[in-house]
Design a protein around this ligand. Structure first.
Ligand SMILES: *[C@@H]1O[C@H](CO)[C@@H](O)[C@H](O)[C@H]1NC(C)=O
Ligand SMILES: *[C@@H]1O[C@H](CO)[C@@H](O)[C@H](O)[C@H]1NC(C)=O
Ligand SMILES: *[C@@H]1O[C@H](CO)[C@@H](O)[C@H](O)[C@H]1NC(C)=O
Ligand SMILES: *[C@@H]1O[C@H](CO)[C@@H](O)[C@H](O)[C@H]1NC(C)=O
Ligand SMILES: *[C@@H]1O[C@H](CO)[C@@H](O)[C@H](O)[C@H]1NC(C)=O
Ligand SMILES: *[C@@H]1O[C@H](CO)[C@@H](O)[C@H](O)[C@H]1NC(C)=O
Ligand SMILES: *[C@@H]1O[C@H](CO)[C@@H](O)[C@H](O)[C@H]1NC(C)=O
Length: 820
């Protein structure tokens, strides 16, 4: 009865999935082959898998492969001839005269199995329900285990349930996985995964010949590096380690589930998929590496990777960075070294660490019958034994594993990590009790010193009137004697002179288009080069007020501000005459791969500091309180020595004739540089300039514009923040900088920029603090997540922003005047 039912069931499945134009064969025998020309295929008995010839992706080449028969997206799980593609449809899978399984085509023959004549008179090829293609002897009954050849012994990029990955030591067979080169090319890529036969075997993925990530050794329950492998309703795992075999398999608890695990070359990941009938698609179930800490050896020796820490790498207790400079620059690969050297023998002891992924087992030793105490004793006897623990943690734990040499690739898990006992000098152990006393003493000393310092500072401050300025402008020789220049009249030029100087405002002389009108290069009769800003005519100011305002602005003198030489007013024309900057503006350098090389890190750091000082002067040190409102790379000019000079300062004030701070009905600024509160609500303050400064710093470091260069709408802020959060902020650095960087300075600048980019103005530092932060070595406060992580036009959408209508986008300054 059951048999009949089963028979009907299989017939239905087989019939339902029989493609109309192709022919299916049940088995391949010396007299029945599988040919590409007549499109014949071989199905597994239950209809799950199918074997046949196919062309992957856009390729024209033909390969013999196995795929899921019932799934609409062709998901190939095995390829027979990944190194020997066939150029035409002449391929035939057959058993040849010697009983070998071969793929023969017009020009070549690929041999899959060895001779089977002699051992088998009646060989037959079948595709089993597991997806295993086997060559076996027809009459060997149902024992079925003695295959002459099986595809499961030669895996490609996919693991199926029941497939053994690992070693058959008797045959010297190592079943490893290698990713497809690409979706069009099943030949082996450089990404592979397999079991490494150390004394304590572990699973390792390789990128070329570099170790890429370790799943770690099998600890009796799971891979030590895979706490997520805990009991679950879908899969169970089995690890076998004996003198004949070392392998891992997984079993599907529910056989109707379709599952595959692949090595994916395109993102270097080990991905487990489960078929979802509801969505008719593969659902990603797990993927490895799962986070940054899975990167092999990220933190170097004796150091612990913990994704919940920032930075992710921390030396283990009792160890400190081998090279503190590199370590602080977030290059952790040098690892950590002992605070107290080992003394060897009984003079050492062990410290227990918990919640860890066990270190690299390349130099390990295992004895499964020793208990933990014997393990400790044995480890203590050998001076190069650095750690020990249970080799099997199932039950109460058993066995002994010991490590020789440095301990690398340790990470911490919140849940599911293991104990590890690490060798320490006894002096380091004993001093632990005195540790707290020491800390207390240090803390008290620091407190006392700090209060003395504070008091001293307080009195010094009272003595000197402007201590801050003196400190900030340390080393500057700029003219601070504003009073002496106060009486100097700002020269007024007549239109004819300027017109002559600029060739009648010829296009050839045009340097660019600023926020308030075009800028021309000119030469005065005495040969002095000048830059002329011809203001567009939307000012609501009268001529007299304008003149007064310009004279006021002309008094702003700082070596990081462009110098105003004079002005020109005639009829409708209003013009400002500036000193000419031969190197033009910053954007022409940093966003240009070639010219970017002309600015090394020393130049860029000088520019970052110079802009900060110029801005500070505008905000605070000049007698006018100026908010720039349109700070951006194209508004920073460079002189002969590549010193930065801020231009267009005071323009919003002069030209808008508006307020100095508060709410404006006139939004001046550039998308991508505007602070959230300014862009959205029109609120501006010195802190909105600080925000723009933060962006400018990121742009100078990365050589990238804030807007529009990143996938999924992420802007430079978002990109930088992600790198920072992942502990690799240095990946942000412009490749042009190539080796010229002082990493601690770069890191400090990146950190400072995040502080400047805080969403709330009150969380941003003032320019005064920013200048101090740039110049000191003391730690900076940790940044919160910055504002505007995505590249969003603040004028779009339905927020309160609708009152401002954009006139132009991108890098052009927008000026929106609202009708009252
Ligand atoms: C397909 O072609 C091969 C080789 O010519 C032949 O052995 C096989 O019987 C054919 N299959 C069918 C189903 O016709
Ligand atoms: C297919 O063509 C390539 C390049 O022309 C050649 O190297 C390869 O041997 C050919 N393969 C077969 C099976 O003919
Ligand atoms: C394959 O064989 C055909 C016919 O013998 C021949 O014309 C062709 O050049 C061969 N191709 C290669 C790549 O050897
Ligand atoms: C296969 O059989 C042939 C012919 O008997 C013989 O020459 C060859 O050495 C055999 N190969 C193997 C691997 O046994
Ligand atoms: C590999 O990863 C890429 C990118 O995530 C994905 O598009 C592709 O489908 C994956 N390959 C396979 C075979 O699933
Ligand atoms: C493990 O240790 C026990 C007790 O010392 C010893 O008898 C046994 O031979 C050891 N096994 C191995 C594989 O070294
Ligand atoms: C310590 O162990 C290492 C690695 O197993 C071995 O090479 C060395 O000979 C041992 N030293 C002693 C003194 O047993």
């Amino acid at each position: 009865m059951d048999a009949l039912y089963l028979f009907l069931f299989f017939s239905i499945i087989t019939l339902r999935h029989l493609p109309g134009f192709c022919t299916a064969v049940d088995t391949i025998t010396p007299s029945q082959s599988l040919s590409d020309v007549n499109g014949s295929t071989l199905s597994s008995q239950d209809g799950t898998f199918e074997l046949g010839f196919f062309s992957p992706g856009n390729s024209q080449k033909r390969f013999l492969g196995i795929w899921f028969k019932q799934i609409p997206v062709k998901s190939v799980v095995w390829v027979a001839n990944r190194l020997n593609p066939i150029n035409d449809s002449s391929g035939v899978l057959m058993i040849d005269d010697l009983g070998k399984l071969v793929i023969s085509s017009r020009n070549s023959t690929v041999v899959l199995s060895a001779n089977s004549t002699g051992t088998a008179q009646d060989p037959v090829v079948q595709l089993l329900d597991t997806g295993n293609l086997v060559l076996r002897v027809r009459n060997d009954g149902d024992s079925g285990t003695t295959y002459l050849w099986q595809s499961f012994d030669y895996p490609t990029d996919t693991v199926l349930a029941e497939m053994k990955i690992g070693w058959d030591l008797r045959r010297g067979l190592n079943r490893r996985l290698t990713a497809w080169k690409s979706a069009d090319d099943p030949s082996p890529g450089d990404f592979s995964w397999g079991l490494e036969l150390h004394n304590y075997p572990e699973a390792v993925a390789w990128k070329g010949n570099q170790e890429y990530f370790r799943s770690g050794p099998w600890n009796g329950l799971r891979y030590s590096g895979a706490p997520e492998q805990r009991p679950n309703p879908l899969f169970s795992f089995n690890f076998v380690n004996n003198e004949n075999e070392v392998y891992v398999t997984f079993h599907l608890k529910d056989k109707s589930v379709l599952s595959r695990t692949i090595l994916n070359q395109s993102n270097y990941a080990w991905e487990r998929y489960v078929w979802s009938e509801a969505t008719r698609a593969w659902k990603l179930y797990t993927t490895v590496p799962k986070d940054y800490c899975d990167k092999y050896g990220l933190c170097g020796a004796y150091s612990n990777c913990d994704v919940t820490n920032l930075p992710v790498c921390q030396c283990l207790r009792g160890f400190s960075p081998k090279s503190p400079e590199k370590w602080n620059a977030m290059d952790w690969s040098g690892g950590c070294t002992r605070n107290k050297p080992l003394e060897c023998g009984n003079r050492d002891g062990f410290v227990q660490f918990s919640g860890l992924k066990l270190p690299d087992t390349t130099f390990s030793w295992v004895n499964r019958t020793l208990d933990l105490k014997e393990c400790r004793a044995k480890c203590l006897l050998n001076c190069s034994c650095m750690a020990y623990t249970h080799s099997d943690i199932s039950g109460a734990g058993s066995g002994c594993v010991m490590w020789f040499g440095d301990l690398v690739d340790i990470r911490h898990f919140e849940d599911g990590g293991q104990d590890l006992y690490i060798r320490m000098a006894r002096s380091a152990l004993d001093s632990k009790s005195r540790h707290w006393l020491k800390i207390a003493v240090v803390v008290i000393a620091v407190l006392v010193a700090a209060s003395v310092l504070l008091l001293t500072c307080y009195y010094i401050r009272r003595w000197t009137k402007q201590p801050k300025e003196a400190k900030i402008n340390e080393g500057e020789k700029e003219p601070k004697n504003e009073s002496s220049q106060e009486d100097l009249e700002l020269p007024s030029f007549d239109l004819a002179t300027i017109s002559d100087a600029t060739d009648n405002f010829s296009l050839n002389q045009k340097l660019g288009e600023g926020g308030f009108g075009p800028v021309y290069k000119g030469t005065l009769p005495d040969g002095q080069p000048i830059a002329v800003k011809r203001l567009s005519t939307i000012s609501r100011q009268g001529t007299k007020e304008f003149k007064n305002e310009v004279k006021l602005i002309a008094k702003l003198q700082h070596r990081n501000l462009v110098k105003l030489l004079g002005y020109c007013i005639e009829g409708e024309e209003k013009m400002l005459i500036y000193e000419y900057m031969p190197n033009r503006s910053l954007d022409a350098f940093i966003f240009d791969g070639t010219r970017g090389k002309l600015l090394d890190w020393a130049n860029r750091f000088n520019i970052i500091c110079g802009i900060a000082r110029g801005l500070l002067y505008l905000h605070q040190d000049s007698r006018l309180r100026i908010i720039h409102r349109d700070l951006k790379a194209s508004n920073v000019l460079l002189d002969k020595e590549m010193n930065p000079k801020i231009s267009d300062f005071g323009m919003a004030r002069t030209f808008g004739g508006d307020q100095s701070e508060g709410n404006t009905n006139r939004v001046v600024g550039t998308y991508g540089y505007m602070a959230p509160e300014y862009a959205i609500d029109g609120l501006f303050s010195v802190k909105s300039d600080v925000f723009s400064y933060g962006i400018l710093v990121l742009e100078i470091i990365s050589g990238k514009r804030n807007r529009g260069l990143f996938h999924s709408n992420q802007n430079l802020i978002g990109h930088a923040w992600r790198l920072y959060a992942e502990g690799r902020p240095l990946d942000l650095i412009d490749p042009c900088l190539d080796g010229s960087c002082i990493l601690s300075e770069v890191l400090r600048c990146i950190h400072l920029s995040f502080l400047c980019l805080q969403h709330h103005p009150e969380d941003r530092p003032s320019m005064a603090s920013a200048v101090v932060m740039l110049g000191s070595e003391s730690p900076l406060p940790p940044p919160k997540q910055p504002g505007f992580l995505i590249d969003k036009n603040p004028f779009e959408g339905d927020s309160s922003s609708s009152k401002h209508e954009p006139k132009s986008v991108n890098e052009i300054t927008i000026t929106v005047v609202e009708a009252r």
